[in-house]
Each structure stands twice: as structure tokens, then as C-alpha cells.
Design a protein. Structure first.
Length: 175
């Protein structure tokens, strides 16, 4: 399959947060603090991806303590929040890691993510992404954002790299 060949080249996965790692809803407590719900399957997928040698980064337009905390939990060191111009951060990150376009995958759900799609070799939309995002994506997940879409993509990448069948993941990693 052609996609397997493209997945085999991936060395970096760039994630949006709201609508990708979450279902897009924002909860505010009585103090006005933001609370987010993350899918544990997505978390396990990201940990397996990192264990498989693929780097992960987050680029999001909003700022949230929950995102910083979740990034730390998952061992993601490149977490960029409050980003107005995602394209610039995406370019800088790719240059910093000395990667070529074909080695980078991005998953998004809404219009601000299209700028990142232009900078990567493989653009993926979650199933419930905006129509414009689905139209520009190379691939669309069957799962919705916050409901296992990231896990699905992690599996595709690991399978494409021939690393899915390993049993290393089952006993060591928790999402």
C-alpha cells in the first residue's frame, strides 16, 4: 500500500489539541480554569509512537495548563501553546530537528491547521474535521477527535514502520 510507504518515512508527528486530542469542548470550572478530557487510548498510542522512535510535538492556538501537564505525562517536550501562526512554528520545528517534509505528519481538525498541512509530507484530518480540512488531507481517520483518532494514526504509522507487531508496548507503557 502506498500509505504504508509514506508512514514508514515519518519521524515526527505534529498534533493540534482541541478537536484532535480532545473532542473540542472546553470546560471551565467555577474559577474560570480550563479543564480538558483526553482519551487514554490516544495517550497510549503516543507513548507507543515515541517508544517506536517517532518524535511527537504539539502546536495549539490556545493556552492550557492541562495541555502542558498532559504533554509532560506523555513525555512530549515540544509543546507550543498560544500559537497564532502555526506555519512559522511548524517550519522552525522541522528545521530544528533537521527533517525533510516527507518525514513529518500532522493531524488537525480546523482551519488554523491548514497552514501546518502545507509544511508536512502527510496531512491527516480527524473524522469530524471541518470540510475544508478533510478536503486538503491526504488521509482521514475513521475516529473523531478526542475519540481515538490519534491512536488510529499512531497505529498506522507504527504498522507502516513495521513496529506494530512488537510486544514491547504491552507491558511497559500506560496511556
Amino acid at each position: 500500500m502506498i500509505m504504508d510507504e509514506r508512514f514508514a518515512k515519518i519521524k515526527l508527528l505534529i498534533l493540534d489539541v482541541d478537536g484532535v486530542l480532545t473532542d473540542g469542548r472546553i470546560f471551565l470550572n467555577h474559577k474560570g480554569e480550563e479543564v480538558k478530557a483526553f482519551n487514554v487510548k490516544d495517550g497510549l498510542g503516543l507513548k507507543m509512537l515515541r517508544e517506536g522512535g517517532i518524535d511527537v510535538a504539539i502546536i495549539t492556538g490556545r493556552r492550557s495548563g492541562a495541555v502542558a501537564h498532559r504533554g509532560r505525562e506523555l513525555g512530549i517536550t515540544d509543546v507550543f501553546q498560544g500559537v497564532g501562526k502555526k506555519r512559522e512554528i511548524c517550519r522552525k520545528l522541522i528545521r530544528k530537528k533537521m527533517l525533510v517534509t516527507e518525514e513529518v505528519c500532522c493531524i488537525g481538525d480546523d482551519l488554523p491547521d491548514l497552514a501546518m498541512f502545507d509544511e508536512v509530507g502527510l496531512a491527516v484530518a480527524v473524522a469530524d474535521a471541518a470540510q475544508e480540512v478533510r478536503d486538503r488531507a491526504d488521509l482521514i481517520t475513521t475516529k473523531k477527535g478526542g475519540d481515538g483518532a490519534v491512536r488510529e494514526l499512531c497505529e498506522w504509522i507504527l504498522k507502516g514502520r513495521g513496529k506494530w507487531a512488537r510486544n514491547d508496548f504491552t507491558e511497559q507503557i500506560h496511556g
